[in-house]
Write a protein that binds this ligand. Sequence first.
Ligand code: ASP
Ligand code: MG
Length: 484
Amino acid sequence: MRNSSRLKAIWIDLPMIVMKFGGTSVKDAGAMERVIEIVKTRAARRPVVVASAMVGVTDALIRCAEEAHAGRESEALKHLDSLTARHLVVTEEFIMEPSRRQYLHDTIKRHFQEIRTLLKGLAILGELTPRSLDAVVSYGERLSTLILAEAMRARELNAQWVDARQLIVTDDQFTRANPLMELSEKRAEEILIPLLEEQKIPVTQGFIGATQDGRTTTLGRGGSDYSAAILGALLEAEEIEIWTDVDGVMTADPRVVPEARTIGELSYAEAAELAYFGAKVLHPKTVLPAVERGIPLCILNTFAPEGSGTRIVEQARNNLMGVKAITAIKGLSLVTVEGRGMLGVPGVAAKVFTAVAHEGVNVLMISQSSSEQSICFVVEAASAGRALRALHQAFELELARRNIDRIHAQDDVAIVAVVGAGMRGTPGIGAKVFGALGKSNINVISVAQGSSEHNLSLVVRKEDADEAVRQIHREFKLGESESA
Ligand code: ASP
Ligand code: MG
């Protein structure tokens, strides 16, 4: 059997890449045709292909399971029939050998028969456990990859369908399982390496795996990116390509800033900041296996494959002053605890955030001036009321003694975040940001900058948020072609 050093020796000679295609990239026959053309351009780089379910299929399967569970079996089965038809139609679009087509049809029908049996079971038991939900939703990816692999063969690609449940070993946290990397690494070596050595293109499912004793699990919604990162890490891939329906990560939301552009390169840290601030980027947990091994991730557009996309790497190039993107989160409230009696009293902050945490309220940003007259923090608008109630209770005594004067919330605020690792140690960023906002008369309510200097966050009124993003974007000339 191979050990890891042998694995490395192989990959130095035979580098490979992981190509992950999301749900829109395999949504129908036309999209799959594009996928095949794209894979052809990478055939020499030894791709392992990972795909999501056809877009909407995971949601539809969850709905079927819920309907069956709620006793609406006939509705569930009706919806399942339309899903069957949707999958069969895709196969009609590809010209293939009659025997392969027969095999494909039979397998799709058998899969749907199995789902039907599972749904009936749910209806009879009136019970829907995370484990049975995973069993049902796993068919989405199994079906899409089955069709894709056959379509690739029909187009002279040497594809081999691989069951991800043989590959990705997980714990038994159904619906949000965690990969067991060491066990999975052995499986990847045993299953994928021989295929790659035979010049085959493995085609496997994102999102799904299995426990050590073979029970089907899923990695959480949107988990196909996670699968790609896991496989990339296991195989020490040269690169992980994430093929989706956007050109990459943008400098700002193009609906707000028409001149927003695709960012050429981001660091892992910048990508994490942006994901946190709601930009359409890979989830930080998802990319962790790749980050730990320093494997570059590329976000590319299946529907515009000529674009260079966004590359996410350990050390990214910087552009002007290191600012990469401007984002905004709306629907927030700013909660303030103020009082002259807070000065020099230890434990006030601890008490504030303990009270808020007890309520399960998530804090997005914190700011306290060094005069210690007030602490303010931002929460989602929907949880502001709970935060205020918790604080009034916790500080009942201090309020009565006037050590704390007031606890209040300002609704309808937004956080505007200026993100970029190159901002660290670059003077003048704050001046430019505030200058841009001053010129357009936008009032900044509160400010926070983490000491990592990867992110400068400003609180503004909700109505000012879009204009603030546009002004800052313009000030840093992010709409112009990259300077570095
Ligand atoms: N099909 C799964 C979902 O919709 C996984 C994925 O698309 O990444 O959540
Ligand atoms: Mg997806």
